[in-house]
Design a protein around this ligand. Structure first.
Ligand code: DP6
Length: 471
């Protein structure tokens, strides 16, 4: 924490979590209390994370927030749901005022002679700057990572320790599970005040080292109906959701047991069944909620055909409130399965568009003298053009910068390395599916990871010394 010139600043990161037993439906909207317990796997922050810097100063006139490079209205309803910064401050104050760490902190301040005008107060206004390194609202639990990160950073800023998942839960339900690494359950609890509706780690990230997670990004667009609104309608209208509350307790037990025993067969089957039941509940909602698209359904078919070829569950899918598939798989099968995915969903680079983009780049942007340098990078420029509509600058120096910036982020395969292997004709003939060009935008290969982290390196703060976002 920096204590110079009456400004305190901390930066933290927090992970995305992907549920294998889904949370869908609240019994208390205000406190965000779920109708069933849920269980998730925390993804590694090397590939997916939220980073948040929080600064507090008596010089700040008002609370302000910047999300992914853009200032947002801190009172915006969506931000209120995801961040609820003011309420959060109050909750930290109310909740942790009585807890040991705060008293200890206060005592420490008294004995160290603090308490003067340089003392950090909960009444100081805060500046918050937060970025995700993955598409926001694409069904990749961005609000969970973002909110977990904000709660963790505010707690660190005020030197508070203790059970924070109860507070994170009140920003976005699934955020409470992002407060821990590894395998995490959110126990629904029974108390009216929600004090027992908290997350708990079942096993740490080191427990099942061969487990890998592939995210097949089908669409990075915002989902048509958000989780909060979607589950409200499901609670009101879906009889299947009521049935679900009866069967989840047994499923939770089986899932915890499978994880502890590293039994992929049971883990994978339960994961797929629970995802399917969640989406069946969405369809049972009236009017129905449809998160899966044709590509999602093709991925489901592909996984079942792949597993049935081998006569065992090698791969398991799960889908949240969006069309992107999250695949659980063991390390030894990753290379082959990725090759299968590439075979049935060939990446854009081979497509007609890329040819056009290549011509466009050639004609409009390439300085003749540098043609050979850029020749090597054409495919990245083309991918850039097509996936993000990034305008190719006319100045060669700018193109060069652009390539460096975007080359890594627009590769089809991101994250942990994947080796190229061949797929047997026998496997292809068992799968027997048409291939769909550009159905999948890119794949992120990741693994199970740790919970929120405090960043010690002050150079990595997202806010500058003036308390405003760095460029
Ligand atoms: C489909 O946590 O986003 O991802 O509590 O209303 O903010 P709110 O909802 P949110 O719901 C996530 C639902 C899910 C399943 C899951 O993560 O368990």
């Amino acid at each position: 924490m920096d204590e110079g010139s009456r400004m305190w600043m901390v930066t933290c990161t927090a992970p995305v979590n992907i549920a294998v037993i889904k949370y869908w439906g609240k019994r208390d909207e205000e406190l965000i209390l779920p109708i069933n317990s849920s269980l998730s796997v925390t993804l590694h922050q090397d590939q997916l994370k939220s980073t948040t810097t929080v600064a507090a100063s008596r010089d700040f006139k008002e609370d302000r927030i910047w999300l992914n490079g853009k200032e947002e209205n801190i009172n915006h309803p969506r931000l209120q749901t995801c961040l609820r910064e003011k309420i959060l401050n109050l909750q930290i104050l109310r909740k942790l005022k009585f807890s040991l760490p705060v008293r200890r902190l206060a005592r420490k301040r008294r004995t160290s002679g603090e308490g003067n005008s340089n003392t950090l107060s909960l009444h100081h206004k805060v500046h918050i700057c937060s970025v995700n390194n993955f598409p926001t609202a694409a069904g990749l639990a961005s609000s969970a990572a973002g909110y977990a990160c904000l709660v963790y950073a505010l707690a660190k800023l005020h030197g508070l320790e203790g059970e924070l998942s109860e507070i994170a839960r009140q920003g976005s339900g699934s955020a409470c599970r992002s407060m821990y690494g590894g395998f995490v359950q959110w126990m629904m609890g029974v108390k009216e005040d929600g004090s027992d509706s908290i997350a708990q780690q079942i096993e740490p990230e080191t427990h099942w080292s061969e487990l890998r997670v592939l995210i097949l990004v089908v669409s990075a667009e915002q989902k048509p109906i958000g989780s909060t609104a979607g589950m409200q309608t499901s609670v009101k209208t879906s009889p299947l959701l009521k049935y679900r509350t009866e069967i989840v307790p047994e499923r939770m037990k089986e899932m915890i047991d499978a994880i502890k025993r590293q039994d992929f067969e049971t883990f994978g089957q339960l994961t797929m069944k629970d995802s399917n039941q969640f989406h069946a509940t969405c369809l049972d909602t009236f009017p129905p909620i449809i998160y899966l698209n044709d590509i999602s359904k093709r991925i489901i078919n592909l996984v079942h055909r792949y597993n049935s070829h081998f006569g065992e569950t090698r791969v398991a899918y799960t889908f949240d409130a969006g069309p992107n598939a999250v695949i659980y798989i063991r390390e030894q099968h990753v290379d082959e399965f990725v090759e299968v995915v590439k075979h049935y969903f060939p990446p854009e680079e081979n497509g007609e568009h890329s040819h056009r983009a290549r011509q466009l780049v050639m004609i409009s942007s390439i300085d003749q003298s540098r043609r050979w340098t850029y020749f090597l990078c054409w495919s990245h420029i083309c991918t850039m053009l097509m996936r993000s509509q990034v305008e190719v600058p006319s100045d060669p120096e700018e193109i060069h910068k652009s390539i460096t910036l975007h080359a890594i982020s627009f590769r089809f395969l991101k994250g942990l390395p994947v080796n190229s292997v061949s797929v047997s004709e026998h496997l292809k003939s068992s799968i027997q599916m048409d291939s769909i060009k550009s159905g999948i935008q890119y794949i992120i290969n990741t693994r199970v990871g740790p919970g929120p982290q405090l960043i010690q390196d002050a150079n990595l703060h997202l806010l500058g010394e003036d308390g405003f976002p760095k460029q």
